[in-house]
Ligand binder design. Structure first.
Ligand code: 6A9
Length: 776
């Protein structure tokens, strides 16, 4: 399957695409489907932005002047330092509607997006955003807050010149702001409409970089303030500007509609009618309709046997809305570590690629992450199967000829500008859990359970048919590069075995970063989580080949791999500690390690103090005795027979408050572990060494749910634990949301407080599936 190395190959293997037809070239992703997803809020990194799913799009976005401590601050890119007390989508359907609320000190903004495709519009249709500006409380504390300053911009990434309409007239309720023409959509216009009196000014720029737009505008504004003492853009433009910024100022409260119409060429065009239906009362009515549809779809999908409390409903809606509203489109080239590259530097560019993907967190990580994505899709496929297939297809098309997919996707200058240089390169030796198989398994089950329409089943089927060879290569990649010494064993390669700084060398590729593994990484290691991921993958491959038994897919044998990996005796031989009944990694390990300050000689012979690791005894080959998420993988994988004594032990570990149980969810690492809540280096606080993470808790719940439904001596116990864990998780996430207005990256295991990135609406949004008891 893996093609032999060809010396004559022009591109190095690592940057050679996998040589099979791309998923995105499937018929189901063309035509109506593609057009229906053309425009969208695909710029999760900014507070509000619109673009098309095209490498070089017309891009729109919003900035405003916030007022804090009596001073103006420009808001544009989602930044935690802006300290918005609340923002995010409260409704979004992933396609043509979304509503967002943003609270910036005493300002309250609402941005409502609506897309409409009707007769006569250009490719992809028309769209509008209604921007509502109010005071959070009545009676603003500062003079500056009487007037609101919104900046709406348009930027053409293809470099086409945009024409501002210089006759902006404040008495005219409907005014044309700008127009232009593009190869994709034809002639277009952008209009501004409001009942209130608005003052409009503009600036035009010509530049190929749009990620520093806020700087450009700030420069222009401060120059105006300096020279003329007025806070308004100069109403002038550079020659053939490809970026136009419109400053709209008005007395708060006010509301304005910005409408994009395409296909405006020709006199008899329908554009006037389309324009007026996307403004004013008609726009508001349509937004209300879309909101009602969103609400009823939510009810139908997620309000299950346990009726949701009203505050859970609010959080559940925020979860799905932010998951869908956070979907982005990115285009660019990953930077790949490639040490033997001849051109001096040790990097090489991946091929230019598109990625349509959900993101873990708009302010912190507004880009694609491979293993996060599998969790995101557990939610998204239930909402909109086609969006999900489109996203998974994009990811699989990023596979290289070796079956490798880069873990973190930092595509394009806008995405790169958010990531420190040292974190950008991707390492071809490093994997990441193949969570997309969780989605594939759900889809196969869905077909079996007949939950899809005929057309949907057909789409899933043709998707899997084409995906098969890539999935197979992915599994192969793991088998070839991540196997352990012993047959049926695996370990995450790429851990640093030379470091003297880390208490326990990190395993970033596992997704569990600083979760403790063998203290002294070497090739004797066996990682129990990876072994379970491989079983999931092999199981899926077996199911797909069974599914296509009579079809065109070569009947590859997965039975033997599945048999090997699901062999319970073998699993126990390799990973079980019979005393505690816990599953452990195996490797060269000692518990006697600590960090301490040492005087060392630096390069210039100066003495400096450094935190270094010391081992107080020689490591030896043994099980690595840390109980935590990794130990639960065989349980999460439902591999343990329901009548096994080991299942009872697992339930003991889970439900024991001195080990994993808390009132807020399960700890990532047991209180009894020697590195529980220990820093890994001076600069790395504990991350997966105690706090509660939603993705793992979801998988544990899924298993508890399973064991509470199959016959066995521990069924009732599993049921009780299931129900307690479920309500603890929901209660805590809802409580944190009520207090802070956000979903968080992780939750503190002592008090349940949200930690890490806020507005982390990636896998934390799985709380909605937990509410709706929809398990993988
Ligand atoms: C570092 C700093 C602005 C860490 O959710 C994404 C990932 C998970 O895949 C992983 O399992 N998060 C988890 O352990 C966030 C990782 C962010 C790394 C980027 C660059 C940029 O600072």
């Amino acid at each position: 399957l893996i093609a032999p190395v060809e010396e004559s190959h022009q591109r190095p293997r690592v940057v050679t695409p996998f040589p099979s037809p791309k998923l995105m070239e499937l018929d189901q992703f063309q035509g109506e489907h593609k057009e229906s997803l053309y425009w969208g809020t695909y710029r999760p990194q900014v507070y509000f932005g619109v673009r098309a799913r095209a490498p070089r799009s017309l891009v729109a976005g919003l900035m405003w002047l916030g007022v804090k401590d009596g001073r103006y601050h420009m808001r544009h890119v989602c930044q935690d330092s802006d300290e918005l007390s609340k923002y995010g989508w409260i409704a979004h359907n992933g396609r043509d509607f979304g509503k967002q609320e943003l609270v910036d000190q005493e300002l309250k903004l609402e941005t409502s997006f609506l897309k409409s495709r009707s007769q006569g519009s250009g490719y992809g249709g028309d769209w509008a955003v209604q921007i509502d500006v109010q005071h959070e409380k009545s009676g603003p504390s500062n003079e500056l807050l009487k007037t609101g300053h919104m900046f709406f911009y348009l930027a053409d990434e293809s470099g086409n010149a945009l024409s501002p309409n210089s006759h902006t007239d404040e008495n005219n309720v409907d005014s044309l702001l700008a127009s232009g023409s593009r190869a994709d959509v034809g002639a277009w216009q952008v209009h501004l409409n409001s009942k209130e009196t608005l003052e409009v000014h503009y600036s035009g720029f010509r530049t190929s970089y749009i990620h520093n737009l806020s700087d450009l505008i700030l420069q222009d504004l401060s120059e105006q303030v300096r020279n003329f003492g007025r806070l308004q853009l100069p109403d002038s433009s550079e020659n053939s500007a490809n970026i136009l910024v419109f400053q709209v100022a008005a007395k708060i409260p006010f509301r304005m509609d910005i409408t994009f119409v395409s296909g405006t060429e020709g006199k008899g065009s329908s554009s006037e009618q389309r324009l007026s239906s996307l403004q004013g009362a008609s726009l508001s009515t349509q937004l209300q309709q879309k909101q009602a549809e969103f609400d009823s779809k939510f009810e139908q999908l997620f309000n299950g046997a346990h009726k949701l409390e009203s505050d859970s409903t609010v959080v559940g809606k925020a979860a799905i809305a932010n998951m869908l509203g956070g979907i982005g489109y990115f285009y660019g080239q990953s930077k790949i570590a490639y040490p033997h590259h001849e051109g001096h530097d040790n990097y090489i560019a991946y091929w230019p690629a598109e990625l349509y993907t959900a993101v873990p967190s708009r302010p912190f990580f507004p880009r694609g992450f491979l293993w996060d994505e599998g969790f995101h899709q557990l939610l998204i496929w239930r909402w909109d199967l086609r969006i999900s297939l489109d996203i998974v297809g994009h990811w699989l098309d990023l596979m290289n000829i070796d079956g490798w997919i880069p873990r973190e996707q930092i595509l394009g200058s806008e995405a790169r500008s958010k990531v420190p240089e040292e974190f950008i390169p991707q390492y071809p030796s490093n994997g990441n859990p193949p969570t997309l198989f969780l989605v594939i398994r759900d889809l196969l089950n869905g077909i079996e359970r007949n939950i899809f329409t005929d057309v949907e089943s057909r789409d899933v089927t043709s998707f899997l048919e084409r995906a098969f060879i890539r999935l197979e290569a992915w599994l192969q990649w793991f088998n070839i590069t991540q196997s352990g010494k012993q047959k049926g064993s695996y370990y995450w390669h790429g851990r640093d075995n030379k470091t003297t700084r880390e208490l326990n060398p990190k395993t970033l590729s596992s997704g569990l970063d600083d979760y403790p593994r063998a203290s002294h990484p070497n090739e004797d290691e066996r990682h129990v989580d990876l072994r379970c991921w491989m079983l999931l993958a092999a199981n899926c491959m077996q199911s797909i080949s069974k599914f296509f038994e009579n079809g065109d897919i070569p009947g590859k044998e997965y039975a033997s791999t599945v048999k090997l990996l699901s062999d319970f005796e073998l699993l126990n031989e390799m990973h079980l500690d019979p005393t505690s009944g816990a599953y452990f990694d195996f490797g060269n390990h000692t518990e006697q390690v600590r960090l301490s300050w040492k005087e060392v000689r630096g390069e210039n012979h100066h003495l400096k103090r450094e935190l270094v690791r010391e081992a107080l005894e020689r490591p030896n080959l043994r099980l690595v005795p840390h109980i935590g998420y990794v130990s639960l993988f065989p349980f999460m994988g439902k591999i343990i027979p329901p009548d096994s004594w080991i299942l009872e032990k697992q339930l003991d570990l889970i439900s024991n408050g001195s080990i994993l149980w808390t009132n807020y969810g399960l700890r990532s690492l047991a209180k009894t572990s020697s590195v529980y809540m220990k820093r890994n280096t001076e600069h790395d606080p504990p991350y997966w060494r105690g706090p509660i993470w939603m993705n793992m808790n979801y998988l544990v719940l899924s298993a508890l749910h399973h064991y509470s439904q199959v016959d066995g001596p521990y069924r009732e116990r599993a049921k009780q634990i299931y129900s307690d864990l479920r309500s603890n998780l929901i209660r805590n996430v809802v409580q944190n949301y009520n207090q802070t207005g956000f979903l968080w990256e992780q939750y503190d295991q002592r008090k349940g407080k949200g930690k890490g990135a806020r507005l982390f609406t990636g896998w934390t949004a799985l709380v909605l599936l937990i509410m709706g008891e929809a398990y993988t």
